[in-house]
Write a protein that binds this ligand. Structure first.
Ligand SMILES: [Mg+2]
Length: 224
C-alpha cells in the first residue's frame, strides 16, 4: 500500500494538507472543545461541568460541519470565554502526530509546492504554530475561516486554487475528515487521501471506504 501512495505522491506536482488530525495531533482539539471549554464555561456561568458539556455538545451537534462551528468568534460570543487565552494555557498539548514531521521533511525534499488548507481559525492556528513549528514546511497556507467558506463547500476550492495558482488535476490532498476528502474529490482533485488515525493515543480511528487511505502521513515514508 505504501509504495502505491508513494507513487501517487511522486505523480503530483502539488501537495495539499489539512493540519489538525493530519500533521498535528487532534487530541488538542478534542480536549479544547470537549474539556477545557466546558470547564471555562462552567466557571464563568457558575453551572456544573456536566451542564456546560451538554450545552456545548448540543450546539456543536447542530452546527457540525458549518462555518460557525469552526469560528472562534461564534463560541466566544455565545459563551463569553477568551478562547485564545484558553489555548495559550494549554498549548503544551499541541504536538505533531507521530512521524508527521519526518513525512513533511520528506515531502519538502521532493521539490513540489506544499500548501496547508485548514478549517482551523487562524487565531487558533497562530497559537498552535507558536508551540510547534510547522508552517515553515509550507509554501503558503489558507484558513477557510478567514475566507468565510469552509472546505466542505465547493466554493472553498475555487477560491483556494485561484489564490494558490496550482491545478486541482495535478494535486494530492490529505485530510482526516471524510466529508472534506469527498468535497475535494467532487471538486476534481486528482488524489484525495483519507487519513484514518488522527491522534497519537488512538482515541479516534476511522473506518474508511475511501479509495485512497493511509493511517498516518508517516506511512508514506515507511519501508514496506
Ligand atoms: Mg482535520
Amino acid at each position: 500500500m505504501s509504495n502505491f501512495h508513494k507513487s501517487i505522491l511522486a505523480e503530483s506536482t502539488c501537495i495539499l494538507l489539512d493540519i489538525d488530525g493530519v500533521i498535528l495531533d487532534q487530541n488538542f482539539d478534542n480536549l479544547f472543545w470537549g474539556e477545557w471549554l466546558p470547564a471555562a464555561v462552567a466557571a464563568k456561568k457558575d453551572i456544573s461541568l456536566e451542564t456546560a458539556k451538554e450545552d456545548i455538545y448540543k450546539t456543536s451537534k447542530q452546527l457540525y460541519g458549518t462555518l460557525p462551528w469552526y469560528e472562534l468568534k461564534f463560541w466566544e460570543d455565545k459563551y463569553d470565554v477568551d478562547l485564545i487565552s484558553l489555548a495559550e494555557q494549554n498549548k503544551s498539548y499541541v504536538k505533531f502526530i507521530e512521524g508527521a514531521e519526518a513525512a513533511l521533511k520528506f515531502m519538502s525534499s521532493l521539490n513540489k509546492k506544499i500548501f496547508f488548507l485548514t478549517n482551523c481559525d487562524s487565531r487558533l492556528l497562530k497559537v498552535k504554530s507558536s508551540q510547534v513549528s510547522l508552517l515553515n514546511y509550507a509554501d503558503d497556507w489558507i484558513s477557510s475561516v478567514d475566507l468565510g467558506v469552509i472546505k466542505e463547500d465547493q466554493k472553498f476550492w475555487t477560491i483556494a486554487f485561484n489564490q494558490l495558482n496550482v491545478l486541482a488535476s495535478e494535486s494530492i490532498f490529505f485530510d482526516d475528515n471524510i466529508s472534506i476528502v469527498n468535497s475535494a474529490i467532487d471538486y476534481g482533485i486528482k488524489y484525495s487521501v483519507h487519513i484514518t488515525e488522527p491522534t497519537n493515543n488512538d482515541s479516534v480511528i476511522y473506518e474508511s471506504k475511501s479509495e485512497y487511505q493511509i493511517r498516518k502521513l508517516v506511512d508514506l515514508i515507511r519501508a514496506d
